[in-house]
Write a protein that binds this ligand. Structure first.
Ligand code: GDP
Ligand code: CO
Length: 395
């Protein structure tokens, strides 16, 4: 593919956050000449490089009661060499949707001889292995894994680790365009190929997000993203003393992380998970607060933001959760030790302006799951590996 070269990088301690890079063309052929490096501000990432990273990557699909046709489409878009890991919280009683998902996955894997794993979030065996490894943050009062996409992501990334993968990417199950999924994963691979550090992250910015109102309208920015990005940028600006607009992917659900970085990040519940990753990276490696991760400070953390060619179209589940999204994102900033008094006040005013909290109220602290590395991952991985066959889509 052809992609804009990283033109400008914001440095924040040992974090290197790159400005958005646009995909120029989805394919770069095998014959075409490589432009003189950087001459046109465009880089060629050849197919071999993309395949090299896809082979080391697991793609985690969190799913909860989505239309089966959408799920099938999503799987069909994931490059063949990636290991597919489906973490489902779909209903089992009455209609066993989890079983239907397993059957659909099994069929595709048979037709295409590919590998995939599928696990139910509420599988007691998973909860047991987590408890044994001391990872109680993920467990609810009933002793099973909590609800929510965040818990699914963490289980998925631990399974990716158990399968020996070096990168883990996430894609939602409710996407209408298999071609967009294919592009997201190729963009993940392209991003990782540009990283200098073993600790890297690739976040997707959708070119357009069409809305079905009167006709199809290709909307460039979501309102929620705009607010999230503004305050994430303000958080950086307040620390480096220069205004920046580098963050454009605060809410990016579609993102991928190198396993080494994924293991040392905490994960917040609900809609806070994606912005919290950035806040935690700034906190841990931004050079302002003390860190225990000396190796990371030496290598640095590379963050890439890649703008897709495909538009993003997913199931619309109504507007009620927009306020919840803003509250979650801004809570991550409000409760960060990096957030100074002035920014806290600005966050409160924004939340009052959006009628999300009342004057005098504060956002509640979020439930945050500790970084996987803080628990005995080896124990969990060993327990999962023992049961691996049970989770294979192809039995
Ligand atoms: P939005 O796209 O941000 O509005 O959020 P969605 O409701 O589409 O959720 C994103 C993805 O996470 C979808 O694939 C959902 O099916 C999935 N999801 C949502 N909640 C859960 C959950 O509790 N567990 C799992 N495993 N997946 C979930
Ligand atoms: Co969605």
């Amino acid at each position: 593919m052809y992609i804009e070269s990283p033109r400008y990088t914001e440095r924040f301690g040992s974090v290197r956050m790159n400005y958005v890079q646009m995909v120029v063309a989805l394919d770069s052929g095998t014959k075409s000449e490589l432009p003189p490096h950087g001459a046109m501000g465009v880089m060629k990432i050849d197919e071999e490089t993309i395949k090299h990273f896809e082979d080391k990557m697991a793609i985690v699909i969190p799913i909860k009661d989505e239309k089966l046709k959408l799920f099938e489409g999503v799987i069909s878009g994931i490059p063949h060499d990636c290991l597919v890991i489906t973490v489902s919280n779909s209903q089992i009683e009455k209609i066993d949707r989890f079983r239907m998902e397993g059957d659909a996955l099994n069929q595709i894997c048979r037709f295409t001889s590919r590998e995939a794993l599928i696990v139910h979030q509420k599988d007691p065996a998973i909860a047991e292995s987590l408890a044994e490894a001391g990872y109680n943050d993920l467990l609810g009062e009933d002793g099973l894994v909590r609800d929510g996409k965040c818990a699914a992501m963490v289980i998925g990334l631990l399974m990716a680790k158990a399968a020996g993968k070096e990168y883990v990417g996430f894609v939602d199950a409710d996407n209408y365009f298999p071609g967009a999924i294919l592009e997201y994963v190729r963009n993940y691979a392209a991003g990782f190929s540009m990283a200098k550090s073993d600790y890297s992250m690739v976040r997707i910015l959708w070119h357009y997000k069409p809305k079905l109102s009167a006709g199809l309208y290709f909307k460039k920015w979501g309102r929620v993203s705009e607010i999230t990005n503004k305050y994430l940028n303000d958080l950086i600006s307040s620390k480096i003393g220069f205004e920046t607009e580098v963050v454009k992917t605060g809410n990016a659900g579609e993102h991928a992380i190198s396993m080494k970085l994924a293991e040392i990040l905490p994960y917040a519940a609900g809609y806070a998970v994606e912005p919290q990753e950035l806040v935690s990276i700034f906190e841990n490696f931004g050079g302002i607060l003390p860190t225990r991760e000396r190796k990371v400070m030496e290598q640095g953390v590379d963050i890439f933001q890649i703008e897709t060619r495909n538009p993003h179209l997913h199931e619309e589940k109504g507007d009620e959760h927009l306020k919840d999204m803003i509250l979650s994102a801004l809570s991550t900033i409000y409760h960060s030790p990096l957030c100074d008094k002035e920014l806290k006040q600005a966050v409160l005013s924004e939340l009052v302006r959006q009628s999300i909290i009342k004057e005098g109220e504060e956002p509640l602290p979020l439930h945050i799951t500790a970084a996987p590395k803080k628990m005995d991952t080896k124990k969990f991985v060993a327990a999962i590996q023992e049961d691996f066959d049970k989770y294979r889509a192809l039995q």
